[in-house]
Structures are given as structure tokens and as C-alpha cells.
Design a protein around this ligand. Structure first.
Ligand code: HEC
Length: 175
């Protein structure tokens, strides 16, 4: 029946549209860490590094002035399951650097790219490369989702550097 055929076509069209949207959402543009033949990174990736955003799927992160408590709580759970073996919540070193104050030192995009793309970051981002020089262990791919990484970022915002003076970072860090 013509009606049936039409239905079928509509389904395909809908499917294609959904696919296109999914592609856009997932930033289908290549995020490879490969260097061009001349040994230079593609211009767009170099720009992100220069801006301190690192390399990976995360190009822009919106962080609110206030703390998203639910998110931070989920981030803490992920931290305890997947990251605690190597990262302390103060400034002490376990296998990798302690996280206290990290959201003041680094841009949110950089932090999330480091969680999602440690290998690419260690190879191509100079800041990450320096860390590897310091800690001598390559951070393994934690295999977490973008949403998880965003939750961990929010949790990181609660981790402050303790100083002898009064805590000057009592409000959510500005980023
Ligand atoms: C097996 C140990 C290990 C595990 C597990 C691990 N990391 Fe790391 N991480 C490191 C090391 C080591 C570094 C320093 C860079 C390097 O040498 O690779 C690092 C660096 C980082 C940095 C940059 C720190 C800074 O001061 O700039 C972030 C962010 C980070 N890790 C996030 C995570 C998250 C999130 C998890 C859990 C989902 C995690 N890591 C799990 C070892 C680990």
C-alpha cells in the first residue's frame, strides 16, 4: 500500500535526521591527536592547546557560579570508585597529583579532556606532558562518559587548598 511505503520512507527520513543530530551532539569533527605530516598539529587543535583547553572532544564547558550539588555528589562517587587509587583530594601525591585547587589552576575544558583523553593529552598537550615528566606514570584511560567527567569536574570544585590562613576560596571557584 502507498500509505505503508510512505510510512516507511518517513521512518528512514526521521532516522537520518536523528543520526545527523546525534553526530552534531557528539562533535563528529575529527578529534584525533595525530600530527600532520609536517609534525605540526592541525591549526584548530593547536589553538585549543594555546588557550589552555587541551585536546579532545571537550571544546567548551559551562560552569555555573553556584555549585551543582547533585552533580558534585555523583562526581565524588565516581572519584571513589575510579580515581581515588591514584589521586588524593588534598595536594598530596598518590600516583598522580592531588586534586585540591585544580579548578583554579586549569580550565574546565582541559580538566575534562585530561579525564577523557589522557593519552592524547600526554602526547600532545605540553602541560600534560610536563606532568608525565613529573609523575613518571601515564594516566590510564579511565573509560568514563562525558557526563561522568562533568560530574567529577563539579566535585573537584569542592576541593580547596587548605592554607594556614582563612580559607579564601569558600565560594565556588570562578572559572
Ligand atoms: C593508575 C593511576 C591513575 C588513575 C586510576 C587515575 N589517574 Fe589521573 N592521573 C594519573 C597520573 C600519573 C597523572 C599525571 C599525568 C601523568 O603522568 O600521566 C594524572 C593526572 C590527572 C589529571 C591532571 C591533574 C593536574 O594536576 O593537572 C586529571 C584531571 C586526572 N588525572 C583525572 C583523573 C580522573 C577523573 C580519574 C578517575 C576517573 C583518574 N584521573 C584516574 C594517574 C591516574
Amino acid at each position: 500500500m502507498v500509505h505503508n511505503q510512505l510510512n516507511h520512507i518517513m521512518r528512514i527520513v526521521t532516522y537520518m535526521a536523528a543520526l545527523a543530530v546525534a553526530c552534531t551532539l557528539m562533535a563528529c569533527e575529527p578529534t584525533s591527536q595525530k600530527e600532520a605530516a609536517d609534525g605540526k598539529l592541525p591549526e584548530n587543535e593547536q589553538k585549543l592547546i594555546d588557550e589552555g583547553r587541551g585536546i579532545g572532544v571537550i571544546k567548551h564547558v559551562t560552569v555555573n557560579d553556584f555549585l551543582e550539588e547533585d552533580r558534585a555528589r555523583r562526581g565524588k562517587d565516581i572519584y571513589e570508585m575510579r580515581c581515588q587509587s591514584c589521586h588524593a583530594t588534598d595536594t598530596s601525591t598518590v600516583v598522580g597529583p592531588g586534586w585540591a585547587g585544580i579548578t583554579r589552576r586549569r580550565r574546565p575544558e582541559w580538566i575534562m579532556n585530561m579525564m577523557l583523553n589522557p593519552q592524547g593529552m600526554l602526547e600532545n598537550d605540553p602541560t600534560a606532558g610536563n606532568l608525565l615528566g613529573e609523575y613518571h606514570t601515564a594516566m590510564p584511560e579511565p573509560g568514563i562518559s562525558i557526563g561522568d567527567a562533568r560530574d567529577v569536574l563539579e566535585y573537584m570544585r569542592t576541593l580547596r587548598v587548605k592554607t594556614a590562613e582563612a580559607d579564601t576560596t569558600a565560594t565556588a571557584p570562578d572559572m
